[in-house]
Design a protein around this ligand. Structure first.
Ligand code: BGC
Length: 372
């Protein structure tokens, strides 16, 4: 269960029975189906709210004052949610070129919902469904289990897929997300969590004073529609070298040519620590040096998409009347590489009939300096 050889983390030893999960009503869909909000509170700190709609991370209160996740406070906004705030994305996160791929010599066409490509599994993917919730307990750790059945042909993808996402808090201000899925036919599966984080608080304006770090020596360069060109590119001596923290505002102050088409970072890094069948490893961080806080990402996935909310509409209304806009949040999305169904050299997104997909990503909020 630990993360790397022989290390047992304290979080695996603590008695977690005191994590509390509360359920409140969030809204009702036109079908009369109820949408619920589940709040997980860790006794040593941190309160996370998850909606059944989109299995969305709606808020993360790291202390009394600071909610580090952008989100909405009404269901209607989540039913639209064109920027995928907080939701679980599937069946295939990120892009599939022209929405086309072949599997077992059968050609499939899935929605071309962005720039001629399939983005985030189509407009009515996992992000726009109401999941079934159940509170479960494993090894003394209560989790919120969210379940969804995606029928054969849903958004054009083959196979009836039964997916589960489990949210839990193994330690104070740590959020664990586990994905499981099984299909009755060979299919593709590549889920992610699409949280927009701002360590100064979701309503604090842009996050340009914050830093990002990604433990990756290679990145995927993309064409003008966001599709990887193919080979991995070394990050050394480029704006893609995030192995040491960079401040977003410093990079964007005179937008480098490589980032101008995407108005900033919107790329997938190939994580150095990735190896097939390996447990989750450190992938990267968002840091707020002025606040002395950091959000670390651990994952067993091979890729990390960094997207700095470059295209958030200015004036988008968020929770508590907040006005969101470009660069107000930072997404660190663990996933397979984009367009992997058309790139045989990339780790495969194929989920074979009857096999169980399992993956784990953790977000850990930490304080790096004592409060003054
Ligand atoms: C993509 C962006 C997209 C955003 C919102 C990110 O994962 O990389 O290109 O604009 O999601 O859909």
């Amino acid at each position: 269960m630990g993360y790397s050889e022989g290390i047992i983390y304290l979080s695996d030893l603590i008695d977690m029975s005191s994590v509390v999960i509360e359920k409140t009503a969030f809204g009702t869909l036109p079908s009369n189906e109820a949408v619920w909000c589940y709040t997980l509170s860790h006794p040593q700190g941190g309160k996370v709210s998850i909606l059944t709609f989109g299995a969305a991370l709606q808020s993360w209160q790291v202390d009394e004052q600071t909610d580090i996740v952008l989100g909405y406070d009404n269901l209607a906004a989540y039913q639209q949610n064109p920027h995928y705030l907080g939701v679980i994305v599937g069946r295939y996160a990120n892009r599939i070129a022209k929405g086309q791929f072949s599997l077992n010599d059968i050609h499939y066409q899935v929605p071309q919902n962005q720039g001629g490509n399939c983005l985030h599994g189509g407009e009515q993917g996992f992000s726009h469904r109401n999941w079934q919730a159940e509170i479960i307990e494993k090894d003394g750790l209560p989790s919120l289990a969210l379940k969804l059945t995606s029928e054969n042909g849903d958004q054009g993808f083959p196979g009836t897929l039964k997916a589960e996402v489990h949210y839990s808090m193994p330690a104070a201000n740590q959020l664990r997300i586990e994905y499981r899925a099984m299909s009755d036919r060979d299919t593709l599966f590549n889920p992610t969590s699409h949280g927009y984080f701002n360590l100064a608080g979701h309503h604090s304006g842009n996050a340009l004073a914050q830093q990002v770090r990604i433990a990756a020596s290679n990145v995927l360069k993309i064409d003008e529609t966001g599709i990887p060109l193919g080979p991995l590119s070394e990050v050394a001596n480029s704006v893609f070298d995030l192995r040491k923290p960079v401040t977003l505002g410093e990079i964007y102050s005179s937008m480098p040519e490589e980032l101008s088409g995407t108005r900033g970072y919107d790329h997938n890094w190939c994580l150095d620590a990735y190896a097939p069948e390996q447990a989750a490893c450190y992938a990267g961080s968002l840091m707020a040096p002025a606040l002395g806080t950091e959000l670390q990402v651990y994952t067993d996935m091979p890729g990390l998409q960094l997207y700095t909310a470059n295209f958030l509409d200015n004036g988008l209304k968020g929770k508590d009347g907040a006005d969101y806009g470009a660069y107000h949040g930072v997404c660190l999305e663990s996933q397979l590489y984009p367009d992997s169904p058309n790139q045989p050299a990339y780790p495969s997104a194929c989920l074979a009939e009857g096999n169980t997909f399992y993956s784990r990503t953790e977000y850990r909020f930490i304080t790096t300096k004592a409060a003054e």
